[in-house]
Design a protein around this ligand. Structure first.
Ligand code: PGA
Length: 267
């Protein structure tokens, strides 16, 4: 039986003060809720304060990205030892907002953040291995763009992202992995992927892990859905056999709505 996992991705939101207030409000709302793993992913600068403010609760803290080298001449980067130093136990890798999408040759500073930040399947692969080596729990994101979906490439895109990211893992590492299926067109748009379709693609992710690492890995890997998850659609999504949790953006910014999603997962 897989324990559901609900992660709040705050993206570029919440100062240290706002993160602390959230933690104080959120802790009592989920106190006593069991059978679900819960974590919050603040901005780097608020990691330590959030982790401290969540002491005494079972809510963990994760980072939104990392570099794969531990230290050195990498201006602007943050790496596993520094994340752990700040209290993070999880790290999100390869979020679509950090991936460069093919077909965007020049950074367009307004329209294509991905082209500026530039994660690729290969960099996600390197980050995944570095996170595991450091003892961080990675959440690997995958998902197709609207164009890829319209062209019928959803399954192939997602399979390829998972295969490249997970290459070289052991079966045990694959079994303990968390993969978030986040259709890019459903992120921050209010457009949720229909639950049957989300479950189908999450099943493909599970099968891809199974093909690479065996039945026990397919059974163990936890697959989250992400993209406009809210209190009113969480139970439907989380009730599907291949959906083991949610990666929540907008609805994680308010303590009551995030707590409602955590409680839906616990049921
Ligand atoms: P959203 O974001 O819930 O605001 O759609 C999800 C995500 O990007 O992880």
């Amino acid at each position: 039986m897989r324990t559901p996992i609900i992660a709040g991705n705050w993206k570029l939101n919440k100062t240290i003060g706002e993160a602390k207030s959230f933690a104080e409000e959120f802790k009592p709302l989920v106190a006593g809720v069991t059978g679900v793993d819960t974590l919050l992913c603040p901005v780097f600068t608020a990691l330590a304060a959030t982790s401290e403010a969540l002491q005494g609760s079972s809510v963990a803290v994760g980072a939104q990205d990392m570099y794969w080298k531990d230290s050195g001449a990498y201006t602007g980067e943050v790496s596993p030892p520094f994340l752990k130093d700040a209290g993070a136990t999880y790290v999100i890798l390869g979020h679509s907002e950090r991936r460069g999408r093919f077909g965007v040759p020049e950074p367009d500073l307004e329209g294509h953040a991905g082209a500026v930040f530039g994660d690729s399947d290969q960099s996600v692969h390197k980050k995944l291995h570095a996170a595991l080596a450091a003892g961080l729990i990675p959440i690997v994101c995958c998902g197709e763009t609207l164009t890829e979906r319209q062209n019928g490439h959803t399954d192939a895109v997602v399979e390829n992202q998972v295969v490249v990211a997970t290459a070289g893992l052991t079966a045990e590492q694959a079994a303990a992995l968390i993969i978030a299926y986040e259709p890019v067109w459903a992120i921050g748009t209010g457009e949720t992927c229909e639950a049957d379709e989300a479950d189908r693609v999450c099943g493909i992710i599970r099968a891809t892990v199974g093909a690479g690492f065996g039945a026990a890995a397919a059974d163990g890997v936890r697959v989250q859905y992400g993209g406009s998850v809210k209190p009113d659609n969480a139970a439907d999504l989380l009730g599907r056999p291949n959906i083991d949790g949610a990666l929540v953006g907008g609805a994680s910014l308010k303590a009551d709505s995030f707590a409602a999603i955590v409680k839906a997962a616990a049921q």
